[in-house]
Design a protein around this ligand. Structure first.
Ligand SMILES: [Zn+2]
Length: 200
């Protein structure tokens, strides 16, 4: 075989995927948090943090794209520091790690597999919250498992995520060093109540 087309010169890109699953906790034990949004009237999920399965899948996709492992590696479940953690805070820390590696999110999509409760009315709030934390458009869609398997029996919720990253432009060594605060935001300073309107 010959005559293959040359590969076009494009900006360096990376793709990452994430998958997470959490079982339901007994009713009334803890709130259901998905995509940074509390979904009322449904049992929460079991987990060391707030068990936000969407934020976790998205964080794993981001880390995987740049070869930084997964959130279990960075935020171990045996560390009290992360007990009950707000997973959008963990996600913000992951976004900062990706930025430190000089990659920036282009967009992401999360597909949450949830038999019950119905999530359609909550998806716009999740999109706003996750997009604000990631700093790029994050789409969230919800699918039922059609009664099949553990997810269909409403034993838990799963989420798949895919993310695209673009390399940040190389720094010009001759140029003045930019303000490090401006290019490497302190994840500890990330405001949990960021809104989409605050995005650059
Ligand atoms: Zn998780």
């Amino acid at each position: 075989m010959s005559g293959g087309r040359p590969v076009p010169a494009i900006a360096p890109l990376r793709i990452g995927q994430g998958l997470d699953v959490h079982p339901f906790a007994p009713a009334g034990e803890r709130p259901l948090v998905l995509g940074g949004v509390v979904v009322p009237g449904a049992p929460g999920l079991v987990g060391h943090s707030d068990a936000d399965v969407i934020a976790h899948a998205l964080a794993d996709a981001l880390l995987g794209a740049v070869g930084l492992g997964d959130i279990g590696h960075h935020f171990p479940a045996d560390q009290p520091e992360w007990a009950g953690a707000d997973s959008t805070d963990l996600l913000a820390r992951v976004v900062a790690m990706v930025g430190d590696a000089r990659w920036q999110p282009v967009n992401a999509q999360c597909t949450v597999v949830c038999e019950r409760p119905k999530l359609a009315g909550h998806l716009p709030a999740m999109v706003d919250r996750l997009s604000a934390v990631v700093g790029a458009p994050v789409a969230v869609t919800a699918k039922r498992a059609e009664g099949l398997g553990a997810l269909g029996r409403v034993e838990g919720i799963a989420c798949l995520a895919v993310v695209l990253l673009a390399a940040e432009p190389a720094r010009d060594p001759a140029a003045a060093e930019p303000d490090p605060v401006a290019v490497e935001p302190d994840p500890a300073a990330a405001e949990p109540e960021l809104t989409a309107g605050e995005l650059a």
